[in-house]
Design a binder for this molecule. Sequence first.
Ligand SMILES: NC(=O)c1ccc[n+]([C@@H]2O[C@H](COP(=O)([O-])OP(=O)(O)OC[C@H]3O[C@@H](n4cnc5c(N)ncnc54)[C@H](O)[C@@H]3O)[C@@H](O)[C@H]2O)c1
Length: 441
Amino acid sequence: MPRACRYPRIATFAVFYGKDCLMKHDVADLRLAVGGKKRILWADNDMPVLAAIRRRFERARPLVGVRISACLHVTAETANLMRTLKAGGADVVLCASNPLSTQDDAAASLVKDFKIPVFAIRGEDRATYYRHIHSAIDHRPMMTLDDGADLVNELHTRRKADAHRIIASMEETTTGVIRLRAMAAKGLLKFPVVAVNDADSKHLFDNRYGTGQSTVDGIIRATDLLVAGSKIVVAGYGWCGRGFAMRARGMGALVIVTEINPIRALEAAMDGFQIMPMSEAAGIGDVFVTLTGNKHVIRAEHIRRMKDRAMVANSGHFDVEIDIPALKAMSRKVNRGVRRCVDEYVLRNGKRIYLLAEGRLINLAAAEGHPACVMDMSFATQALQAEHAVRHRGRLAVTVHDVPVEIEQQVCRLKLKTMGLGIDTLTAEQVEYLASSGEGT
Ligand SMILES: NC(=O)c1ccc[n+]([C@@H]2O[C@H](COP(=O)([O-])OP(=O)(O)OC[C@H]3O[C@@H](n4cnc5c(N)ncnc54)[C@H](O)[C@@H]3O)[C@@H](O)[C@H]2O)c1
């Protein structure tokens, strides 16, 4: 059960709005709504692309009659996506995609101010987490949005009977896409899914700049670390790892990268980072951060070599990247909550290892997740993809689809416009040149 970052649970409500409407929900405390609304509206200022889509949706109502269940990080930015889908006419409910990432104030405001049912409480235990996913499925969704594929997985296992209604499902993160592609490869997938994560308008910006900055933010908020001069070990040089390594170096850290992919390792080396195996880096690092989407990247053999007071954190989707059971087994004592989101493990050899945010996404558990400015693009892609899926209802094959390139370009074009940036267009001569093979030396 998540502990170090937990807020006290105050109340669970089911409230009445209007004469007949019973809106079920489960959030920590509706009294937090005042602060949550401020946070949602603040984020909205930095989400102009999504706001423009919301205004169009209010007029065109492309999602009328569509019940949507979303299983996403319950944050202010997600709240603005939910408002947008609702503005399009959808009947939406939201549950959490991680037990430690919920912003209880944003959840309360979604229920109270925006009349959107939410089932999410920061620090909820595993049973509550899955009960909340089942509450979202009780909504009888025709479309789902996932971040890690937990909701889709329930629709393929314990709630199979509810899968037949799904027109399409959208997946927000790398780990979810990996799970869905594995299901598709085995012929297990029951409805079409769209890999929103794989859109350039998403991962190039969200995973790289969003995770990059907010992972630094989470570590600093949790530990008060001075990044300059720290030796930071980054496991994984994918989209998230590149972003984090770049930002940590920018703040003066000495950054070491570990990889299993020779191409990514070479890229990191030519980007100027030190490359070595984790077994070597383990004895050097002050801070270790996993961003791989893989399991047990930091294991007992690495922990044993770490320095006294080394810090270990994860920014990959699941809390399996650090072998926490091994860390527990090696420890003679655990001092929980020595700071918010920091547990101190005292090893039998006397060394102290600090585990941040219980090995869950550090940027969401200890900070506020990605800045709204970058979630603007991810969630604009989600909203347009939802509209596209409804328009192509019944015509999408049961497989994992990419986001159409027109949607990606539309999102990037709108973002550039809101940033006041112009680009060139091809001349007729250039169009012809690029389509021909005649001209040479
Ligand atoms: N914290 C967040 O807010 C956030 C945001 C987006 C994605 N994610 C998650 O972060 C993870 C990484 O996402 P990504 O988009 O960077 O994926 P990616 O596939 O681009 O990169 C992952 C990298 O990790 C490497 N890797 C795999 N196993 C390894 C190991 N044992 N040691 C070292 N390197 C290893 C891979 O070779 C790859 O280069 C996923 O779980 C994703 O869902 C988190």
